[in-house]
Design a protein around this ligand. Structure first.
Ligand code: ATP
Ligand code: MG
Length: 330
């Protein structure tokens, strides 16, 4: 069976971008067609300025949102990264495989380092080495496919490079994985700044739809989305990023095609109203299920405990083999 691995960081509340770009497919497709593992990658959340109590709370919330989104613990493995030590054991070996230059070329590093500095903070070393931990997350499980948004394809490409390099130098140990971005909404843009990716850790809340936003808040954010010059609805990602983004979101929520959808609208107003309705309807079942799960914390705990047990069992033999291949361990 195909092995799938993917994750989400508890750096903030999950967004519509996380859902349309990643989580929705994990639930609708991946868990049914593959042996899939989905991870709340909490150690990655420590790479930027963080509040310990908040990270713990958000990890928990992310896990219940994944279950609310339809991940079924009978079909897939849901767990928290820090509960499985194998990730960190392998991350060190990845640091010994990757180069300093490779890390510094990563777009996410450049963007997030600039953001930390702009906030007057310092850049943590772990922000630079982030991709080696992410490579470990993926490679520990013999992952074939990594369903992620567009922004993570560079990190998955690096993971491939590290797997190939390790296998060549130390013997065949890792499966070389590939990134699987979605057909539409691979990069949902900020509603207020449609040339920037919607992200959960930005301070730009007006342009970010959070999965747990009240329906009225979602509507307001969509209706106030920044649009482009003109008032005709055409799908042009470069020239009309605001409208293209709304069409992408609508296409993703209604299983349509953005260019074809554009033909049905004469003005921005009508489009926005349909996008608002579609997003609210898409998120409704998720919000309802999340409210139910919030009332049953013991269930979520048990799912995560069982998930970590299974993940540990899968990862350990391969990570042990990687240690031996590199000349350490027993
Ligand atoms: P952060 O700002 O902390 O990096 P994030 O919103 O980018 O948060 P991640 O936890 O880094 O979320 O990513 C989780 C998954 O969601 C990844 O597969 C990522 O590619 C995807 N994703 C994140 N933002 C978007 C987006 N705007 N559009 C589509 N997919 C996205
Ligand atoms: Mg991100």
């Amino acid at each position: 069976r195909v092995r799938v691995f993917s994750g989400v960081q508890p750096t903030g509340h999950l967004t519509l971008g996380n859902y349309l770009g990643a989580v929705r497919r994990w639930a609708a497709e991946d868990q049914h067609r593959a042996d899939a593992l989905f991870c709340v990658v909490d150690l990655h959340a420590l790479t930027v300025e963080h509040d310990p109590a908040r990270v713990r709370r958000l990890s928990r919330q992310a896990a219940s949102l994944l279950l609310a989104a339809g991940l079924d613990p009978e079909r897939c493995t849901v767990f928290v990264q820090s509960q499985v030590d194998e990730h960190l054991r392998l991350a060190y070996l990845m640091e010994c495989t990757a180069t300093d230059g490779e890390m510094r070329r990563m777009i996410q590093y450049k963007e997030k380092a600039a953001r930390e500095q702009a906030r007057g903070g310092s850049v943590r070393l772990s922000l630079l080495t982030y991709p080696t931990l992410m490579a470990a997350d993926i490679l520990a499980y013999g992952t074939d496919e990594v369903p992620v948004g567009d922004d993570q394809t560079q990190h998955v490409q690096l993971t491939r490079d590290l797997a190939v390099r390790f296998n060549q130098r130390y013997g065949a140990t890792f499966v070389v994985p590939k990134a699987m971005p979605p057909r539409v909404a691979a990069r949902v843009m900020d509603l207020q700044e449609p040339t920037s990716k919607m992200g959960k850790s930005h301070a730009r809340t007006a342009g970010t739809v959070f999965l747990l936003d009240e329906p009225e808040v979602v509507r307001k954010k969509v209706m106030r989305a920044v649009t482009d010059g003109g008032d005709d609805v055409v799908y042009e990602r470069e020239a009309r990023p605001g409208i293209a983004n709304l069409l992408d979101v609508l296409a993703a929520c209604t299983d349509g095609d953005p260019e074809r959808l554009a033909e049905g609208y004469a003005s921005y107003g009508a489009l926005k109203k349909d996008v608002a309705d579609a997003v609210v309807e898409t998120l409704r079942p998720l919000r309802e299920r999340h409210a139910e799960l919030a009332a049953d914390p013991a269930y979520v705990d048990e799912v995560l405990r069982a998930g970590a047990d299974r993940a540990r069992g899968l990862a350990k033999p391969r990570v042990d083999a990687a240690y031996r291949a590199m000349g350490v361990g027993v």
